[in-house]
Write a new protein. Structure first.
Length: 96
């Protein structure tokens, strides 16, 4: 779900549910963190909304959060720089 990369960034494995009533972290799905997004899965809107949502929740600039894989899939891996796994767990209120 969360692991540190060699360059000091953090990789976050996600299962995204676009088109939800509200954007929120909603527990886990297998070995991924489940994220509900209000944005529809059209023309990359859900991906952009996901990156903005995570940056806002983590108190980081949007440039610190980028999509590593899963551009057209519900299963995604996001790279986050400028923070630690512990801070991500705390800010997203993840129960491990």
């Amino acid at each position: 779900m969360i692991r540190s990369a060699a360059d000091g960034s953090v990789l976050l494995k996600l299962r995204v549910h676009p088109g939800a009533k509200r954007s929120a972290v909603n527990g886990t799905f297998g070995d991924s963190l489940k994220v509900d997004l209000q944005a529809p899965p059209v023309d990359g809107k859900a991906n952009a909304a996901l990156l903005k949502f995570l940056a806002d929740k983590l108190g980081l600039p949007k440039s610190a959060v980028s999509l590593k894989s899963g551009e057209s899939s519900r299963d995604k891996v996001v790279i986050i720089s400028g923070t630690t796994p512990d801070k991500i767990i705390s800010n997203l209120d993840i129960k491990l």
